[in-house]
Ligand binder design. Structure first.
Ligand SMILES: [Zn+2]
Ligand SMILES: [Zn+2]
Length: 329
């Protein structure tokens, strides 16, 4: 099978011809239909998040059909109709203090798709069926893919904002474009912060229902109840703390961020909360995949053939498309 694999930090992905794997007990052999490209993949390429044993096939937003099932795998039928989604969380030990308290996202032994386990930048993928999701039929393969990380981890971050009415997003890419639609449907107000001068992203945010869109260096027209920072830029943390009212919540939504500059205590004072969001639980996935069609979420995708994975990653880095990039084998 054809695959695009990470070999070394700082080098582009390499096209490899690999044997099609055989499913072991509890595993599914998936035929990949589409796989979303995520900012985390840039952090992996740059060595900011480590891949312990390369070469590794990246890709953790997999939409696929079940080609074959290993012994004991019965959750999904093996046919062309049985479509599944595969997220970043690929395996957990199931018995640590986090797993047994509903926080499997923090399992210290977790294995992540496209990082510790080969992912979906390939024609086939081998997965543990317990970590797969059934997908809503209303989405095409390409449109479903960005729900599986951008949507899902974004949704976990949004839950941390509680019932915040005015919500700001710093970085208006794949996650924010999905969350904006959910927030508007829930009756919240969305404030979109982009790179200074990125009018394309600001227009896109307004088109999706944001009440205000502007530069991340500007204060919003009124104080927010919560903000989620998707851009991997530590300097945004003090800006976001200044943009939220007393008791406001600031969530850092990425797996990696540049250093956060020192800031005066007064911008955290008055019970403001600063926290991160890590990974996902299967419960988050089930909730989001149930909510997204009800909220009428439509994803905007730029589709690339698998062989052009490096172009998709370069375009993501440069902010050359709105919404999300998806690879199709
Ligand atoms: Zn991701
Ligand atoms: Zn665990």
């Amino acid at each position: 099978m054809r695959a695009m694999a990470f070999e070394q930090v700082g080098r582009p992905l390499r096209a490899l011809e690999l044997p099609v794997p055989k499913p072991g007990p509890g595993q599914l052999l998936l035929r990949v239909r589409a796989c979303g490209v995520c900012r985390t993949d840039l952090h992996l390429l740059d060595g900011e998040v480590e891949i312990a044993s390369p070469p590794r096939v990246l890709g953790h937003q997999i939409v696929a059909t079940v080609q074959a099932r290993g012994e004991g795998a019965t959750r999904f039928a093996a046919d062309d109709e049985s479509r599944v989604g595969v997220p970043w969380l690929g395996w957990t030990d199931g018995d640590c203090a986090y797993c047994t308290s509903g926080r499997e996202n923090l399992c210290p032994n977790a294995r992540f798709t496209g990082c510790d386990i080969d992912g979906g930048y390939a024609e086939y993928a081998l997965v543990d069926e317990r970590y797969c999701f059934a997908l809503p039929a209303v989405y095409t393969d390409e449109q479903a893919a960005p729900l599986l990380c951008a949507g899902l981890i974004g949704y976990r971050a949004l839950r941390m904002c509680g019932d915040a009415h005015r919500v700001g997003f710093y970085g208006f890419g794949d996650a924010a474009h999905i969350l904006t639609q959910i927030c508007v449907w829930q009756g919240r107000e969305v404030y979109a912060f982009t790179r200074p001068g990125d009018e394309q992203a600001q227009d896109f945010a307004r088109e999706l229902g944001a009440v205000w869109a502007g530069s991340s260096e500007e204060p919003p027209p009124r104080l927010l109840d919560a903000a989620i920072i998707f851009a991997p830029v530590g300097a945004l943390v003090p800006l976001a703390l200044r943009a939220v009212a007393a008791a406001g919540i600031v969530v850092c939504g990425g797996i990696h961020m540049s250093d956060i500059p020192a800031f005066p205590y007064e911008i955290l004072w008055q019970e403001r909360v600063l926290r991160s969001v890590a990974n996902l639980t299967r419960r988050n996935g089930e909730e989001l995949l149930e909510l997204a069609p009800r909220a009428g979420v439509k994803t905007r995708v730029s589709v690339y053939p698998l062989a052009r994975a490096n172009d998709a990653l370069a375009d993501l880095r440069a902010g050359r498309f709105s919404g999300a990039a998806v690879l199709v084998p």
